[in-house]
Ligand binder design. Structure first.
Ligand SMILES: O=C(O)CCC(=O)C(=O)O
Ligand SMILES: [Fe+2]
Length: 464
């Protein structure tokens, strides 16, 4: 076989359409950019059977073209090499016989290209991803509106030769306005459909990833080092957007610092609560853990107090990573959170379902809200308990001493649009102990965090 051949396989008849939810049949492409062999299966929704679409596996560089149906799901699997090993020769931490990586995708009504990447994650090239397609679509729309209105104005000019330049402009505007409004409505509808599709995929991803105890921490986009007081820390940059950053930082918290936080928390541990959306917070099923706030003794910082030391380190890291320039005055206490595993069969395990710590609605930031979080892992469970960012496809497996940092406010004052939504997967075996600092912007000594309710409205200033 010609070794420069880039295979393209077209399959159209292997999938039956009895479960189609739309008459549109998107043409989808799987492009194997993973550098290894993969197999793609269609999941038959009636039986759950995996139907192989790539007999003999798909080599790296090959493209598989399918005409599919909206809502159909495909399962992608890395094929072990001749030695039975997966991930061989990659930058992914790959001990021999590391588990083969897998992924799922769901088809929407676009003719999408699914790029299978090195770590068998899937990057979807859709209209949003592809600037040139967006540009040409915008061009098509403006061309269509302007040619319609041009014709309309010419017609008016023919019947009324005395039109003044301002009449002509008015006539053009009267024609274009409803067309533009109509187009905006159409676009909003499309954005809404895409958002609900993403939410659906994210829900599946959350369930699959939390159930996969062997899933490693997502491979960072890049690694860098952070130097603090003469010590180098490895940083993995997992997500790097202006309004949404996720990093891990290794060797961030010491056993002594963890012990000091846990000792201060021990007498005050109580069931954790969740903001109720009406300004207060209550016990909720979505969050099952024990927690206690730990006051940071800033006055003992100079004496080397371990809680103050790790707190200073985390404020410095967050300001270095974001430029927010957050000060410690008026901030929330450090929170010690503990989850206990009660076995694989526990119907209601300790966990924290997907949530945002602060505002993540893609809207203007409301003063005094949370803008960043530092989760520091002091004890790691043996099964479950990863921190999972389902909308960003990021999974952080707790490792004692490591911290997960995330921030959710852009430099333009607009908050993240759900990419930093995260969960603590069910903790099934062992214990997970973390120290969490939620950081706010706009609080200070005179306006501390608890002078605002959970809607960030200053207490006493609510409109009646
Ligand atoms: O347990 C974790 O990994 C995340 C905890 C969390 O999201 C929180 O306390 O806000
Ligand atoms: Fe959280």
């Amino acid at each position: 076989m010609n070794r420069f051949f880039i295979g393209i396989v077209v399959v159209s008849s292997m999938i039956n359409n009895s479960y189609a939810t739309s008459s549109h049949r998107p043409i989808i492409r799987f492009k194997n950019d993973s550098g290894r062999k993969t197999e793609i299966f269609w999941i038959d929704p009636s039986s759950g059977d995996l139907v192989l679409q790539t007999p003999g596996a798909m080599s790296s560089g090959e493209t598989l073209i399918l005409d599919s149906y909206v809502n159909h799901t495909f399962f992608i699997r890395e094929v072990p090499d001749r030695t039975g090993t997966c991930n061989a020769g990659t930058s992914i931490a790959a001990p021999t016989l590391a588990p083969c990586k897998t992924a799922f995708i769901k088809v929407n009504d676009h003719d999408d290209v699914f790029h299978i990447l090195e770590d068998i994650t899937v990057k979807v090239e859709d209209r949003n991803d592809n600037d040139s397609k967006v540009d040409s679509k915008v061009q098509d729309i403006t061309d269509s509106i302007s040619s319609k209105c041009h014709a309309h104005v010419i017609q008016q000019l023919r019947s009324n030769k005395n039109m003044s330049p301002s009449d002509i402009i008015d006539a053009y505007a009267a024609c274009a306005q409803p067309l533009v409004a109509n187009q905006i409505e159409e676009s909003n509808k499309e954005i809404h459909e895409q958002a609900s599709f993403r939410t659906e995929i994210a829900r599946d991803w959350e369930d699959y990833t939390c159930a996969d105890f062997d899933l490693p921490t997502t491979t960072p986009k890049r690694k860098q080092t952070w130097n603090y007081q003469g010590k180098e820390h490895e940083v993995g940059v997992l997500l790097d957007r202006d309004a949404a950053k996720v990093h891990y930082v290794k060797n961030f918290i010491t056993p002594e610092e963890c012990a000091a936080i846990e000792a201060a928390a021990a007498p005050k541990l109580h069931a954790a609560t969740v903001a109720d959306g009406a300004g207060g917070s209550h016990l909720q099923k979505s969050r099952k853990a024990l927690q206690a706030g730990v006051h940071v003794p800033w006055d003992k910082e100079e004496d080397g107090d371990p809680i103050a030391a790790v707190s200073r380190r985390l404020y410095t890291y967050i300001n270095d990573a974001t430029g927010y320039n957050i000060q410690e005055d008026g901030q929330e206490d450090l929170m010690s959170i503990q989850y206990f595993g009660r076995g694989l069969d526990d119907p209601e395990p300790d966990r924290y379902k997907p949530h945002c710590d602060g505002q993540c609605d893609g809207l203007k930031f409301q003063n005094a809200g949370r803008v960043a979080t530092m989760v520091m892992y002091c004890e790691a469970p043996s099964k479950g308990g990863a921190t999972n960012f389902r909308n960003a496809g990021i999974h952080v497996v707790p490792e004692v001493g490591t911290a997960a940092f995330f921030s959710y406010l852009g430099s333009d004052g607009i908050t993240d649009d759900r990419l930093t939504e995260h969960s603590c997967c069910p903790v099934l075996e062992g214990q997970k102990k973390i120290a969490v600092q939620w950081l706010r912007l706009g609080v200070d000594e005179e306006n501390p965090w608890n002078s605002f309710n959970t809607l960030n409205v200053k207490i006493g200033s609510e409109e009646l």
